[in-house]
Ligand binder design. Structure first.
Ligand code: GP9
Ligand code: MN
Length: 686
């Protein structure tokens, strides 16, 4: 080993000496001018694109995307050495044109969508609608043509090379040697880049939906390459196994009728009413009825919950697609896909979704969210789900002073949305609309903008000398969970204003409001432990030996991830608390019964039919019933009732959940709700 290291060391010193003596660097530059100019212009273009689209100091100083671009361009350019004379130039020119086109197209695309282009969007031209027309009319602006200048320089440079340099013919061996050396250099640069990545960066790259983030870290060329792979991946996996999938799917649904075969006290009670769905970002059930020093975190929600039908044992069923997965399960009663996310990878499938079914019933359907339309590919997927119109960031008035956290503040979002709903109510007999909030999104750090809400603990403590003292202990101040409660307090205030504004506009009289928390806020378990086991005297977690210490285990954590669901009408038509275990996929059949539609392919159930016999499946195979929470990874469970559970109960439910997840995934991947799915599959196989 030691000898080997000495050998490598010797070799390195020799090579460095050689480089110095033979002036290898300057001769490299002299002999590879065209290649070097090619690399430079491509890297410059990608850098310019970032500067023009996302001009922040962080971007100006970021070296990572430059290294990534350098790696991609070097690797691609290395193949030019396999070509002779003029062909070498033609090869580099073709790539220079491709790279320039990528920058130009993305620059134009960014102007309209504040995001980067995806090849999957090419098949979506029919969805782009009004904005699409604007793009065609104003397609290129001067700033988008800047990228052509370096390309022209490359062409100019080539034509001004001396004849000797232009048509230099290398022997086959020399060409292969040059190719090998260049590709090795490219691989080394790529390795340096990969080693510099954090796990968050890698996971975002894999998911591919946060496009600005990816371009900022990976450069435009890697982004676009990854985008092509991500767009092809669902097509490749959908090519094999269609017949088996279809058979399994048919068997699964064979005993279900096309018609709803029951009625209950809720059947059709809301037929023809307007519907407003509120997708409350990261709203967890722990905030409901929670107080700090007597102050409610969610006074408005607490009031609404008393007036309406509140489901207090309700779980979201998200996977990596978080918000978008909840939109999927809520609207289709299907589960998130096992690879990628339905919104990004399978947006072009046929879905039987609540908005489409409401449209069939004569409703005008819309969605509102003041974030970029490309977030989670909503621009495309909201069309697939059947929304007539998506009011995204472009339709809102967003300025520096009305932004909190990720974007437009909820208060401002709601107030501008009411104006839009007023107009909709004038133009349409009945409507079904979704409003997606944004402020209560991690990292909950804009605390100075949430308004005053203390998460302290005012209490009396007994000192060592026996005297008592009134104190205000910091409790959750400064913790992520504490900041979360402050943020929820703001979100609740915004909701209060929304209900008030809607009422003043007369928009609540014939309307059903359905509100859900989209998923948990991914808060640290240690913060929950601090909340539950806080000792104000020491301002710390109680000692585990303390008799009042109540251990907070991973099951408690999972159970605390539940979110609220509320169905509310001004006239109090539905009231009460439902405590059956219920999942996001049960909403479609439950509200379908109330609104008068039925989806035979729903994987969830009307909760008023299954009642305490319901199973909520999670995408990782875990599940919960009224009796137990089962962790399928560890094969462990927590009893939720004083009832003995037998092995048979667990194995039966495990089987049920596995089958359900499998059928759901296949239905989406193989597009099994599409009446033409068979023809599509056959044409793909041939
Ligand atoms: C993005 C918002 C948040 O527009 O809905 O998505 P999430 O990070 O919660 O999945
Ligand atoms: Mn969300």
């Amino acid at each position: 080993m030691k000898r080997k290291i000495i050998k490598i060391k010797d070799k390195l010193t020799k090579n460095i000496k050689r480089i110095r003596e033979e002036k290898l660097i300057s001769s490299y530059f002299k002999n590879n001018r065209l290649f070097i100019v090619f690399v430079l212009i491509c890297v410059i273009n990608s850098t310019l694109l970032r500067f023009f689209t996302m001009p922040t100091v962080e971007n100006y100083l970021s070296i990572k995307p430059i290294i990534a671009d350098l790696a991609v361009v070097t690797l691609i350019g290395s193949f030019s050495y396999l070509f002779k004379g003029k062909k070498r130039y033609t090869y580099l020119l073709i790539w220079a044109v491709i790279f320039t086109a990528i920058c130009t197209i993305n620059s134009a695309y960014y102007t309209f969508y504040t995001s980067f282009a995806s090849v999957s969007m090419l098949s979506l031209t029919q969805y782009i609608g009004e904005v699409g027309d604007a793009v065609v009319e104003n397609v290129l602006q001067i700033k988008d043509l800047v990228y052509i200048i370096p390309l022209l320089f490359f062409i100019y440079y080539y034509h001004h090379l001396s004849k000797k340099d232009k048509y230099k013919i290398y022997s086959k061996e020399k060409r292969i040697k040059k190719f090998k050396n260049t590709i090795i250099a490219g691989v080394i640069i790529l390795a340096v880049f990969i080693l510099s990545l954090s796990s968050l960066e890698i996971s975002r790259f894999v998911k591919q939906w946060n496009r600005e983030y990816i371009v900022m870290r990976f450069g435009i060329y890697l982004y676009q390459g990854n985008d092509i792979i991500a767009s092809l991946q669902p097509k490749i996996s959908a090519m094999f196994g269609y017949d088996d999938a279809k058979k399994e799917f048919n068997e699964y649904y064979s005993n279900r009728s096309n018609e709803q075969d029951y009625t209950n006290e809720y059947t059709n009670i809301f037929e023809d009413r307007n519907v407003i769905v509120i997708h409350a970002e990261s709203l967890q059930d722990i905030a409901i009825n929670k107080t700090f020093n007597g102050e409610e975190v969610t006074p408005n929600l607490n009031k609404l919950i008393k007036e309406g039908l509140y489901f207090n044992n309700f779980y979201s069923q998200v996977s990596v697609g978080t918000s978008s997965d909840t939109e999927l399960t809520f609207n289709t009663s299907l589960m998130p896909t096992q690879n990628g996310t339905a919104f990004v990878s399978y947006f072009d499938r046929t879905y039987i979704a609540t908005p489409s079914l409401m449209k069939e019933k004569g409703y005008y359907t819309f969605s509102m969210h003041a974030n970029n339309a490309d977030f989670w590919n909503r621009r495309a997927m909201h069309q697939s789900l059947g929304y007539d119109k998506f009011y995204s960031k472009e339709t809102y008035d967003v300025s520096d002073d009305n932004v909190i956290g990720l974007g437009l503040s909820d208060k401002e979002f709601f107030s501008q949305s009411i104006e839009k709903i007023k107009k909709i109510s004038e133009d349409h007999d009945k409507y079904y609309g979704l409003l997606i909030t944004l402020t209560n999104h991690t990292p909950f750090s804009d605390t100075d903008k949430y308004g005053e809400f203390a998460v302290t603990m005012k209490t009396t403590i007994t000192n060592e000398d026996g005297t008592t003292e009134e104190i205000e202990a910091p409790y959750l101040e400064g913790t992520k969970l504490g900041n979360y409660f402050k943020s929820v307090h703001y979100a609740d205030e915004a909701l209060g204003e929304f209900f008030q504004g809607m009422d003043e506009a007369g928009l609540l009289d014939n309307t059903v409001v359905i509100l859900y928390g989209d998923h948990d806020a991914r808060l640290p378990k240690s913060d929950y432990n601090l909340m539950n086991n806080y000792d104000p005297a020491t301002d710390d977690v109680k000692d585990e030996d303390d008799p009042t210490y109540d251990e907070y285990d991973s099951f408690d954590y999972e159970l605390d991830r539940k979110v609220p669901l509320l169905i509310w009408t001004k006239d109090g038509k539905v009231k009460g608390e439902v405590n059956y275990a219920m999942g996001m996929y049960d909403v479609m059949p439950t509200i379908g019964n109330m609104l008068g539609f039925y989806n035979k392919y729903a994987l969830g159930h009307d909760i008023f039919e299954t009642k305490d016999d319901n199973i909520v499946a999670f995408p990782n195979g875990n599940w919960i019933t009224d009796k137990i929470y089962y962790n399928s990874q560890k094969g462990e469970y927590k009893l939720l009732k004083d009832e003995i559970i037998d092995e048979n109960y667990i194995s039966k439910n495990n089987e049920y959940v596995e089958k359900l997840l499998d059928v759901s995934n296949k239905a989406i991947v193989f597009d099994l709700f599409n009446p033409n799915s068979e023809e599509k599959a056959v044409s793909k196989e041939n």
